[in-house]
Design a protein. Sequence first.
Length: 330
Amino acid sequence: MLNRHIKNAYKVLEGKELTHEEAVALINEVDGNDLLDLVSLANKVRDKFAPGIFSCSILNAKSGVCSQNCRFCAQSSHHNTGVDTYGLVTKKEAVEAAQAVYDNGVRSFGYVTSGHGYTEPNEEFLYILETLDELRERFPDMKLCVSIGILSRKTAEMLAQHHTGRYNMNLQTAPAKYAELIADTHSIEEKIQTIKWLQEFGVEICCGGIFGLGEAPADRVDMAFAIKELDVDGIPLNLLLPIKGTPLENVPTIEPAEAVKAFALCRLINPTKMIKFAAGRETTMKDYQALLMLSGINALMTGGYLTTRGRSVDEDKAFVRSLDKFSSKN
Ligand code: SF4
């Protein structure tokens, strides 16, 4: 017999919304073999409201030496992680990286830099705009996604004018827990304001977070509702890979069952959005990555992450083809 919380959640398939209280009950009380019923529902909701599987790739265009103290991040100068550090890549290097992504058939390219962000149009920011112009000229049909941190209204407008189709700014966790679990050198309010300015200028938003930071299950639900309220376009979900030298290096890896619930709830709370399984597929979930992909996910990041490697694009293409068999369109 279907668990009563899951039975109630089937209303999402009829276009009804899950309340915060119902979502918390699901994440706290569904366990054991009921979990696969939850996976099945999340997969049905994905199939109905967000079919297809999309992929994107990113370039770490500037690495390390970051002034911010994000507890999970290998690139913060507050931690001693031995990560590769380099300044902004040249336009030529960015074009070469985009070409490799393009040749692999991926049509979404993320340009990512470490650092607090750009609240003034300084020399480095203007060079990024030139790079975006060049990328647009070379790859007219590629979506340019940018992730360069906190912006001002002015720099948000300038990015929108220079071909930024989508911007990535992650809440990372429940807004109320941001200072405790993520960082206190900047605030969640600055991030939310950046998202709102970009939306004002017509830029799509990719906004997600990380599970496994030491947050409570209810915090995962809070994050999913905070993202829903921002009405973003894509939701990248990451599973923490604890990195040596960061304050989270000894945090136990999230259990696959907990990750499954968090992903499924994110889908039930955001039925129509693109939800992407980003970092942690291969490293943290290993044997469970297919199960996670069936828990409401309809996009993946391929070809490696910011500071860790992933599977090859070809391996991921074969993986996506096999997942397609779990769609009712087949
Ligand atoms: S997540 Fe971004 S802002 Fe935070 S430490 Fe890493 S590079 Fe810096």
